[in-house]
Ligand binder design. Structure first.
Ligand SMILES: Nc1ncnc2c1ncn2[C@@H]1O[C@H](COP(=O)(O)OP(=O)(O)O)[C@@H](O)[C@H]1O
Ligand SMILES: [Mg+2]
Length: 310
């Protein structure tokens, strides 16, 4: 239903999306996860027809964004990561305005607007001014707007960030309803756990490349997979190395100039035990951490709470 093939997008000499490929089946709720600056919005904007790719393409419902741009635009509903200012516009006026843009016949408008406003639980706010709605309500209104032309694929850029827990629950319920209606949904976020309850599939993007894709369970199990560790000590290199060699969870030890690198196949608790073990054997540890760029360090970044990461 949604297929990205070898997509590359540069801003000047900087490559924001780097030969990215993945596909999403009909009916999936796909979580597009990556730290700030990973390339999510850029990818989404190419799909929405707002940016042109430097190489590669995106197909939506079989249509190529490069050659069938109009059809692709008809097939997707796009909710951007910002919400504009709408002075003196009421909810129904806002929806009516976008119905006009999508050329919904006048005779169908009221029905279309009412059903969408109801879907996003804003029926009691129909006459409220848009600018007076809460953040969660504005987001839901924006969602209603992106559904006006009844698209098959819905792309939501960071919809959950900044929502309070209650608004998140409501958002999740709406996503379920849309899934039941047969929509294919793509939701981006810089926080992994924000999506783990909503999504059927997760794709992790880092520096414009896809580093992992799978079901939420598969992604979670990857969390516990092999990580690459770096150890620095004051002297006692060969002794530290010998201790590491005795550990069943440690493999591929490399002694560099002033540090030791090794792979570790255990979980957090076991990692802490290993450090304790080294210290108890009088190794003066000054540095013990995941090497940058390993899958786990990317996950660490993505599992931070909102706010810490911005
Ligand atoms: N218009 C632009 N000009 C130059 N660099 C940009 C522009 N838009 C985004 N970038 C850069 O491209 C990278 C990816 O950005 P973006 O797609 O917005 O990431 P994300 O949505 O995952 O946070 C970032 O390093 C960002 O600074
Ligand atoms: Mg973004």
């Amino acid at each position: 239903m949604f297929k990205v093939d070898n997509l590359t997008k540069r801003y000047g000499s900087f490559t924001a999306v780097d030969n990215l490929s993945f596909s999403i089946e009909k009916g999936e709720i796909f979580g597009f996860v990556g730290a700030n600056g990973a390339g999510k919005t850029t990818t989404i904007k190419v799909a929405a027809g707002l940016l042109k790719a430097d190489a590669g393409t995106i197909h939506v419902d079989g249509f190529d964004i490069k050659t069938d741009t109009r059809q692709v635009k008809k097939s997707i509903g796009y909710m951007p990561d910002f919400f504009g200012v709408y002075d003196d516009l009421r909810v129904t006026e806002y929806m009516n305005f976008y119905c006009g843009i999508h050329q919904i016949p006048l005779a169908d408008r009221e029905k279309t607007m009412d059903s969408l406003i109801e879907l996003v639980n804003l029926s009691d706010k129909k006459n409220a001014y848009v600018d007076e709605l809460s953040r969660g309500m504005k987001q839901r209104l924006c969602l209603a707007r992106s559904l006006i032309h009844n698209p098959k694929v819905l792309i939501l850029d960071e919809p959950a960030s900044g929502l309070d827990p209650r608004a998140r629950v409501e958002f999740k319920e709406i996503m379920k309803e849309l899934k039941d209606m047969g929509k294919t949904i793509i939701i981006s976020s810089h926080i992994l756990h924000e999506l783990s309850e909503i999504c059927t599939t997760i794709g992790i993007i880092n520096n414009g490349r896809l580093v992992a894709k799978g079901s939420v369970a598969e992604i979670q199990s990857k969390l516990n997979q092999l990580s690459r560790m770096k150890l620095r000590t004051i002297g006692e290199f060969s002794k530290a190395s010998a201790i590491l060699k005795e550990q069943p969870l440690v493999s591929e030890i490399i002694e560099a100039n002033d540090y030791i690198e090794f792979s570790f196949g255990g979980e957090k608790q076991e990692k802490a035990e290993l450090l304790k073990n080294l210290v108890q054997k009088d190794i003066q540890v000054i540095h013990f951490e995941e090497t940058a760029g390993s899958l786990e360090s990317i996950f660490m970044h993505l599992t931070q709470e909102e706010g810490e990461n911005d």
